[in-house]
Design a protein around this ligand. Structure first.
Ligand code: PXL
Length: 290
């Protein structure tokens, strides 16, 4: 069985980070080892939250794993809380990157044009530096804008704009880029049949290929969907799917999870009921693998 290591926080309530990565990656048939970076009572979009930083534990944990000669098929980082944690991740990549290990960085720190509480523009630039050490990065448009130091454009952009963002992102250093949360206006004609849709663009800087994938736009958005997307992407890649197949599976699973959640009245910061649609994920994964 393949083994990945995911490094992010434990937000005890409010489905995101490790409470979604663990069940999703395990369900996809991949061992999910974890390195928790902090323990919070809830994620930071609740009115208040407790926060216990675990930075001091990271190095001794890594040292133990080195003595045990533990290896990983993929390394996946999500929410990281400090400059020191970014530095430690570079060390972790160096120590645990085998010849076939994929390093995936989700620069989890912002959405809808805003940084999450506690993050600064300087931190976003430092996250950009960590992205240079990754094989694949998975930002949304807000995170991309902060890392590149360009204004966040919420709507009205076209295909050419997204292509330019993808290319700028690849200059950070990662070979492949998956840009999430792209939506073109209804009258945007450049890509066929994408009105009222939301999607993903993947860019491979080695061969220059750009692949678009759009799915139905839901009328609600919920917290934690970026983490669900990245977890399915990592699970799919580790099970041998191509980047495009893993990204489209991840996009569709997020859409199914939102559809399920909308059946009930639920505050968006409690996250989506992805648990109910895990059978859909596994059925699709099975089909894609065959
Ligand atoms: O889903 C991203 C995320 C992860 N972890 C924590 C967060 C957030 C987003 O707000 O606060 C602690």
């Amino acid at each position: 069985m393949k083994r990945i290591i995911t490094i992010q926080d434990v937000s005890c309530v409010g489905k995101c980070s490790l409470t979604v990565a663990l069940p999703i990656i395990s369900a996809m048939g991949v061992e999910a080892a974890i390195l928790p970076t902090a323990v919070l009572s809830t994620h930071t979009m609740f009115k208040e939250f407790t926060f216990r930083d675990l930075t001091d534990d990271i190095k001794p944990i890594m040292e133990h794993w080195k003595r045990e000669k533990i290896g990983f098929d993929a390394i996946y980082t999500g929410y990281l809380g400090s400059f020191e944690q970014l530095r430690l991740m570079e060390e972790l990549f160096e120590s645990f990157r085998g010849e076939k290990t994929s390093v995936i960085v989700d620069p989890c720190m912002a959405d809808n044009g805003k940084l999450y509480p506690g993050f600064s523009e300087e931190f976003a630039k430092a996250m950009g530096k960590l992205c240079s050490k990754a094989d694949i990065i998975v930002p949304n448009l807000t995170e991309a804008s902060f890392m590149l130091g360009i204004p966040y454009v919420a709507e009205g952009y076209d295909e050419e704009y997204i292509v330019s963002v993808l290319k700028k992102l690849s200059t950070l250093g990662a070979k492949k880029v998956v840009l999430k949360g792209i939506s073109f206006d209804k009258d945007q004609k450049s890509l066929k049949n994408v009105s009222e849709r939301i999607g993903i663009a993947t860019y491979d800087s080695e061969n220059g290929s750009i692949i678009w994938y759009f799915h139905e736009r839901m009328s609600q958005n919920y917290h934690g969907t970026g983490d669900i997307f990245a977890s399915v992407l990592v699970g799919g890649l580790t099970r041998g799917l191509s980047l495009e197949k893993a990204a489209s599976l991840a996009g569709d699973f997020v859409a199914e999870s939102i559809r399920e959640t909308m059946k009930n009245d639920k505050e968006k910061w409690y996250g989506v009921d992805f648990e109910a649609v895990i059978p859909y994920l596994l059925e699709r994964l099975d089909k894609e693998i065959k």
